[in-house]
Ligand binder design. Structure first.
Ligand code: ATP
Ligand code: MG
Length: 583
């Protein structure tokens, strides 16, 4: 399936306030006339996607990816793929690899006009260190000797100002020397800390002399043991953005209160000649909140660790790897992200919007196939045993360019599987499927008339009987003389592929599983995974992992060989044909 952004079915994204900001900057030329050190012109729009490589990406990250890469694409700019790897402890190469894979799978690239824009914040540690020294020299930072407890205590509250540290006015030379000692490993973790010298009485707590460098004797995945001091996010992030000439630094609303600090860092360092103007600007949008899922990394990990799901790529997980195994397409995820735009206010998006986007993407392009999920035997008594007649159906739906060209073939035989719900001995009013005396069409095959059924001792129906009309075959002239209301799917009992199908559903029954401190484990949907053996059209024997089909009347299913031992494809249900939740 194509990952191409422009020829997909996604409509032009709706305008959002970020587009308004970018367009205003383009009109006023805020970021025109910028160039690199060697004089090459820079695009006016440079965004970045800056994950910390400490876990798997989820649907919320996809939102950020679509926004950042999407805006860069739409405004002829570029988006940097940047690992915000300034925390030594939690970061691993495994996460770097899965993140890069997820971004590419979503259809985005950090390549722009021949340049690769893949960056690691840890490669800027030298610069960040020098920037911190410059702040100390100019009186804008100092080494504090208070411990964490004392710092917390002197920080004040929302209603009370904080108190100055006794080390706040120490001479710059002394702070410089101590900062070097910190770097040289002469002090244990937590004994000294570098703080920005701003305003302990600021109504914005983030400006009350925030920590900008701390001691951490730890091995880093990229820089090894070169460093034992590491920059704090609030200092590192604006520096990373400015070094990469980011124009629009887009983050989620939680960072709104950090914006004054972001600007402070950049203003100070530009006054020291370390950055040229125009500086990057930070903008905040509301994070994506989808009902019926959780996105906290810690809680997702708990689901994995406690074996509530079968791994990070369990098809019920909201991770990119999970969604992918579930049968989600990049196009569907992009469509959902575009459609939900960017807002300044937090809100909930119904999970049905994501499912709707998948249906919308797959309906015109997914191959069609037949599957009987809850089988019941249908015996055509006047059809000779051992005989089979070839039937055919289009592979693709009517709107598809290959609709008239590609056909699949499958035999009809005396014994078939039909859906259990397609027969009723005593039908209610308005039931058009099989019941004694009624005629239906076996889709792509013949019209049959129901003659009765067999039951076991307990009265359960175990087989249905019918007779067929030889001149009624679909696609032949005679077929039009039969007018029937029911049109049932079926597979030949002898030829069907009997295989495992997993019927996945939402993992939680509560639309807000972890809202307000709720224990999300109490809201687990006991029916989020049902494993059945289904009878599939024989052509599906050749399905390859990742192939997506519409099983007629049932929904969309993706072939998945994970867990399959005998080499047969197994299928995961991605989504039903219609939304049945909340109805
Ligand atoms: P952590 O708790 O580890 O910081 P995180 O989800 O913020 O988790 P990051 O790796 O820092 O993970 O996120 C990368 C980017 O994705 C950030 O810019 C972040 O704002 C964005 N992002 C994360 N979750 C969402 C979400 N639900 N909606 C939109 N953007 C998100
Ligand atoms: Mg984060």
């Amino acid at each position: 399936m194509s990952n191409e952004l422009k020829n997909g079915h996604a409509p032009v994204p709706p305008t959002n306030f970020l587009r308004g900001i970018i367009e205003a900057d383009l009109v006023s030329g805020t970021y025109a006339d910028r160039s690199t050190h060697d004089g090459a012109p820079l695009p006016q729009v440079i965004t970045r996607f800056p994950p910390e490589p400490n876990g798997y990406l989820h649907i919320g990250h996809a939102k950020s990816i679509c926004l950042n890469f999407g805006l860069a694409r739409d405004y002829a700019g570029r988006c940097h793929m940047r690992f915000d790897d300034t925390n030594p402890e939690k970061e691993e190469q495994e996460y770097v690899d899965t993140i890069l894979d997820a971004v590419q799978w979503l259809g985005f690239s950090w390549e722009h006009e021949g340049g690769q824009h893949l960056y690691y914040a840890s490669n800027y540690f030298d610069f960040m260190y020098a920037g911190a020294q410059a702040l100390i020299r100019s009186g804008h930072a100092y080494v504090d000797e208070q411990n964490a407890e004392q710092m917390r205590e002197s920080r004040g509250t929302l209603t009370e100002p904080g108190r100055n540290s006794p080390w706040r006015d120490r001479p710059a030379d002394e702070s410089l020397r101590l900062f070097e000692e910190m770097r040289d490993g002469k002090h244990p973790d937590g004994s000294l800390i570098l703080r920005a010298r701003i305003d302990m009485a600021s109504p914005n707590m983030n400006l009350r002399d925030p920590a900008i460098y701390r001691i951490r004797h730890a091995v880093h995945h990229n820089t090894g043991s070169k460093w034992c001091v590491y920059p704090m996010y609030a200092y590192a992030h604006p520096v990373e953005d400015a070094l990469e000439n980011i124009s629009h630094s887009i983050c989620t609303l939680e960072f709104e209160d950090q914006r004054p600090l972001y600007d402070w860092v950049l203003e100070r360092l530009s006054a020291e000649g370390m950055f040229a103007k125009p500086l990057p600007r930070q903008y905040e949008f509301a994070r994506l909140n989808l009902t019926y899922i959780i996105t906290s990394k810690r809680k997702l990990k708990q689901l994995v660790d406690e074996k509530i799901v079968e791994g990070w790529d369990d098809p019920r997980m909201p991770t990119i790897v999970g969604l992918r195994r579930r049968g989600y397409t990049p196009e569907a995820i992009r469509l959902m992200c575009d459609r939900t735009g960017a807002s300044k206010h937090n809100s909930w998006i119904d999970y049905g919007v994501l499912e709707g986007a998948l249906r919308e993407d797959l309906d015109p392009k997914a191959r069609r196939a037949v599957a009987v999920l809850r089988p019941l035997k249908l015996i055509i008594d006047n059809f000779p045993a051992g005989q089979s007649i070839d039937c055919s159906a289009p592979v693709y739906p009517p709107s598809h360019p290959l609709h008239d060209q590609e056909h699949r073939h499958f035999p009809i035989t005396r014994e078939l599987w039909i859906e259990r719900e397609d027969f009723m001995e005593v039908p209610p009013k308005g039931y058009f499927r099989l019941f004694p005396g009624n005629k239906v069409r076996l889709r792509y095959g013949y019209v049959v008339e129901c003659t009765g059924c067999d039951k076991d001792q307990d009265g359960n129906v175990i087989a249905v009987h019918c007779t067929y009309f030889e001149d009624s075959k679909s696609g032949t002239e005679g077929s039009s003389t039969y007018k029937v209301k029911g049109n049932l799917h079926w597979v030949s009992a002898e030829h069907a592929l009997a295989t495992e199908v997993r019927l996945y559903d939402r993992l939680f029954t509560d639309p807000h599983p972890d809202a307000g401190g709720k224990d999300f484990l109490t809201a687990l949907n006991p029916n989020s995974k049902e494993v059945i053996t289904a009878y599939l059209e024989p052509t599906l024997k050749s399905a390859q992992p990742g192939d997506i089909y519409q099983f007629e009347r049932h929904g969309y299913f993706v072939a998945d060989r994970v867990d399959s031992t005998d080499g047969q494809p197994v299928f995961n249900r991605a989504v039903t044909l219609k939304d049945s939740w909340g109805k």
